[in-house]
Design a protein around this ligand. Structure first.
Ligand code: BG6
Length: 505
C-alpha cells in the first residue's frame, strides 16, 4: 500500500532535455508533488548534452507542464516550490567527469539532508546509450547500494531476443534485479491495474474464467495517429516490436494469468511469466496463417489528408516496416486449452482505443423462438482501457412490451460516472512505485526475454520475406483485409470498439 512517503529521493534524469521528460516524466513528478506524494526532501537533477542554466531548464519544464499535465497549467507558487528542487547539469554521458560531478552533487545533498536518499537513475535516452550509462554508474560507484540505488529503463528493451539477453546480462552484472525498473507504461494505466482487481477480487469470475465458458478473446490496441516525427525510431521497430512485444503481451498476461497467492511483485510477475512460457510457439509453416502485417497508405482522418507511412519523414520510400500487426495466439495450459487469443494493433486506424473483449460460449440450447432472438448475442465482457475507461458485461434481456423479444443490453461500470475524478497518469503511478521500491508493475528480465522468444519466428520471417503488398491499408481503415481473414477463418469477426467522446489523438 502506498500509505507512507518514501525516504528522501534524488531523481537523476539522463536525457532530461528530451521529449519524454518534457511530456511525461516531469509533469508526472509535478503532479505527485501537488498530490503530496513527494517526500519532504527530494531533488531532480536533469542531465543532457545541451547547455542550460537551472533557470532556463526549469522554464522549459514549466512549458511542458502547462502543455501536457492532466491538471492543466501550473499554479505559480506551487510550481516555484517544486522547481526549487530541480537543477541541471550539462553532461557528456561518455565522460567519467559527468558521473563524478553527479556523485559530488548527490553527496552534497546527502550531507545537507543528513539522511541517505534513494537515488533513481532514469534513462530517458535512446537505448543505445543504456550500456554506457550503466557501465559508468558502476565505474564511478554511484549505484552500489542495492537497497538505495535504482535504475529505470524505458523501452525498447533490446530489439530481439539476443540483444535483450545481452542487455539483461550487462545490467544484471552491474545491478541487482531488484534495482532494475523496466518500464512498460501500459502497466501503470489505472484501467490496466484494475484488471488484476477485477479478476482476483471477485469470486464470481474465477469459475467461468476458462475454456469451458470462454470461447475466444480479442485484444485491440488501435491508434489513429501515424508515426509523425518518430519515423527514424519506428523504421527500426515496427508494430511487433513497438507494441506487441510489450504492451499487448502484458495485457494478454493479465487476462490469462493464474491467481497469484499474494500481491508481491515477484509472485505476480511469476504468474505472468508462466503465461508467456505457455504460449504456443509459432512454427514457420503457421506464421502466414496466424500472423499478418500491414502498412498504412495515405488517406483522410477526420477531414484531414494524412500521408502514407512511406511518405513520413525519416522513412524509407520502400520501407518494409509494418505499422499494423494481427496475431492469433494460444495459451497451452489447462485453463486456456483451445481458446484463441486474437490481438491486433496498428497506427492510422479508424479509431484510437485499447479494448479487451472476452467472448463467452453460447447457451447450450436456445429456449426462445427465432422471432424473439433476432438480436441474439453471446455474453461478452468488454474491458475498455482507453479512451473510454469502463467494463461492460453484455447480456440478453427482455425488451419491455407484450411480446417476448430479447435484445442485448450492457451492464456498465464506467470510471468517470462512478468516480468522477481524474485518474492519475501511468507515469505518476510508475514513478511513485519506483520511489517506494515496488516492482509489481515493472517488467522482470525473464519476462522481457520470454516475450521476445515468442515473437522471434515472426520477426525473422517478416524481415527475411519483405511484404509484396505494402502499403496494404489506407489511413482511417481497420487495417489490411488479411487481418479480417485471420479471424474470419475461425468463424469470428473483430468486434466494434466502444466509442468515446474522449479523444486520444
Ligand atoms: C509507445 C509506442 O510505447 O506506446 C508508441 O512506442 C505508441 O508508438 C504508444 O503510440 C501508445 O501509448 P498510449 O498510452 O498512447 O496508448
Amino acid at each position: 500500500m502506498k500509505n507512507s512517503k518514501s525516504q528522501p529521493v534524488i531523481f537523476v534524469i539522463f536525457g532530461a532535455t528530451g521529449d519524454l521528460n518534457w511530456r511525461k516524466i516531469n509533469p508526472a513528478l509535478y503532479n505527485l508533488f501537488l498530490d503530496k506524494w513527494m517526500p519532504e526532501q527530494f531533488a531532480i537533477i536533469g542531465t543532457g548534452r545541451t547547455e542550460y542554466s537551472d533557470k532556463d531548464f526549469r522554464k522549459k519544464l514549466l512549458e511542458g507542464v502547462n502543455k501536457f499535465s492532466r491538471k492543466g497549467e501550473a499554479e505559480k507558487t506551487a510550481w516555484e516550490k517544486y522547481a526549487n528542487n530541480i537543477t541541471y547539469q550539462a553532461a557528456d554521458i561518455n565522460d567519467s567527469k559527468a558521473y563524478q560531478d553527479l556523485g559530488a552533487n548527490i553527496n552534497a545533498l546527502k550531507k545537507e539532508w543528513g539522511q541517505e536518499p534513494v537515488v533513481i537513475f532514469y534513462m530517458a535516452v535512446a537505448s543505445d546509450f543504456f550500456p554506457t550509462i550503466a557501465e559508468n554508474l558502476k565505474k564511478n560507484k554511484l549505484a552500489q547500494r542495492a537497497d538505495m540505488a535504482r535504475i529505470v529503463i524505458e523501452k525498447p528493451f533490446g530489439t530481439d531476443l539476443e540483444s535483450a539477453k545481452a542487455l539483461n546480462k550487462l545490467l544484471c552484472d552491474i545491478f541487482d534485479e531488484k534495482q532494475i525498473y523496466r518500464i512498460d507504461h501500459y502497466l501503470g494505466k489505472e484501467t490496466v491495474q484494475n484488471i488484476l482487481a477485477f479478476r482476483f477480487a471477485n469470486s464470481i469470475l474465477e469459475p467461468i474464467w476458462n475454456r469451458n465458458y470462454i470461447q475466444h478473446v480479442q485484444l485491440s490496441v488501435t491508434e489513429q495517429l501515424g508515426v509523425g516525427s518518430r519515423g527514424g525510431y519506428y523504421e527500426g521497430s515496427g508494430a511487433l516490436r513497438d507494441m506487441v512485444q510489450n504492451h499487448v503481451l502484458q495485457l494478454l498476461c493479465l487476462i490469462a494469468m493464474e491467481t497469484p497467492i499474494n500481491f508481491e511483485a515477484d509472485e505476480v510477475r511469476n504468474r505472468k511469466v508462466d503465461v508467456l512460457r505457455s504460449m504456443r510457439p509459432f512454427k514457420p509453416e503457421d506464421i502466414k496463417r496466424n500472423a499478418v502485417r500491414g502498412q498504412y497508405g495515405e488517406g483522410w482522418i477526420e477531414g484531414e489528408k494524412v500521408p502514407g507511412y512511406r511518405e513520413e519523414s525519416s522513412v524509407d520510400a520502400h520501407s518494409n516496416t509494418e505499422t499494423f500487426a494481427a496475431l492469433k495466439f494460444f495459451v497451452d495450459n489447462w485453463r486456456w486449452d483451445g481458446v484463441p487469443f486474437y490481438v491486433r494493433t496498428g497506427k492510422r486506424l479508424h479509431q484510437s482505443a485499447s479494448v479487451i473483449s472476452i467472448q463467452f460460449r453460447d447457451v447450450p440450447h436456445k429456449v426462445f423462438p427465432e422471432e424473439a432472438i433476432d438480436n441474439w448475442r453471446q455474453n461478452r465482457l468488454i474491458i475498455s482501457i482507453q479512451p473510454e475507461m469502463s467494463i461492460r458485461l453484455q447480456v440478453q434481456a427482455k425488451r419491455p412490451g407484450l411480446d417476448m423479444v430479447l435484445n442485448t443490453v450492457d451492464m456498465v461500470f464506467n470510471y468517470d460516472e462512478t468516480y468522477g475524478q481524474e485518474t492519475p497518469e501511468a507515469y505518476e503511478t510508475l514513478l511513485l512505485d519506483t520511489m517506494m521500491g515496488d516492482q509489481t508493475l515493472f517488467m522482470r528480465g525473464d519476462q522481457v526475454e520470454a516475450a521476445w522468444e515468442l515473437l522471434m519466428p515472426v520477426l525473422q520471417s517478416w524481415e527475411t520475406k519483405p511484404s509484396l503488398d505494402f502499403p496494404n491499408y489506407s489511413a482511417d481503415s481497420w487495417g489490411p483485409e488479411t487481418a479480417e481473414a485471420l479471424i474470419a477463418r475461425d468463424g469470428f469477426h473483430w468486434f466494434a470498439l466502444p466509442s468515446s467522446t474522449k479523444s486520444t489523438r
